[in-house]
Unconditional design. Structure first.
Length: 155
C-alpha cells in the first residue's frame, strides 16, 4: 500500500484502535484483553510510551508502540496490530520496522522484548527475535504466550 502514513497516536484515534483490536479477536487477542488495551491507550505518548498509527485514506488501519524501561535498558513492543481487513499487505512489517527504528534511535535501549502468540511468533522471528519462554494458554485458552527478545547492541 503506497498511501500509508505513520504518525503518533492521538486521543481521537481511540475508537479506531479499538475497532482494530476487535477485528483481531479471538484469533490474535482474547476478548478479556480489551480492557487492558483501553487502559494502555489512556497512557500512550508519554516519553516512555510512544504509540504509532498507520493511516490510509484518512482511516487508521494499524497501531503499535513501545514501552521503555530505561533503567533496564529495555523496551517492549506493545499492542501492535493491523486491522484484519488489511492483513497480508505488509502493514505489520511496516509497523514493526517503524517501532524498531524508534527503539534503535534511543541509545539507552539495548534490548527489545515482546509477548506474542503462537500465531505471530514466526513473524517476529523474521526480525531476529528469539524465544525466551512459552506459556501454554498464557493469554487465554488456546492462545499461548510466547515471550521473545531482540538484542539491539552488543553492550
Amino acid at each position: 500500500m503506497n498511501d500509508v502514513v505513520s504518525r503518533p497516536y492521538m486521543a481521537d484515534d481511540f475508537s479506531a484502535c479499538l475497532a482494530i483490536f476487535d477485528s483481531n479477536v479471538p484469533s490474535f487477542f482474547a476478548p478479556e484483553e480489551r480492557a487492558e488495551f483501553c487502559q494502555f491507550l489512556g497512557s500512550v505518548n508519554a516519553e516512555d510510551r510512544p504509540y504509532l498509527v498507520l493511516v490510509s485514506k484518512g482511516s487508521v488501519i494499524a497501531c503499535g508502540g513501545l514501552v521503555t524501561e530505561t533503567e533496564k535498558r529495555q523496551a517492549g513492543l506493545a499492542w501492535g496490530m493491523v486491522d484484519r481487513a488489511f492483513h497480508g499487505q505488509g502493514l505489520g512489517t511496516s509497523l514493526t520496522q517503524a517501532r524498531l527504528a524508534l527503539a534503535r534511535a534511543d541509545p539507552d535501549i539495548a534490548e527489545l522484548t515482546l509477548a506474542t502468540s503462537q500465531h505471530t511468533r514466526g513473524f517476529y522471528e523474521g526480525f531476529g527475535f528469539t524465544v525466551s519462554k512459552v506459556t501454554p494458554d498464557g493469554f487465554a485458552a488456546g492462545l499461548d504466550r510466547w515471550d521473545m527478545t531482540l538484542r539491539l547492541t552488543s553492550a
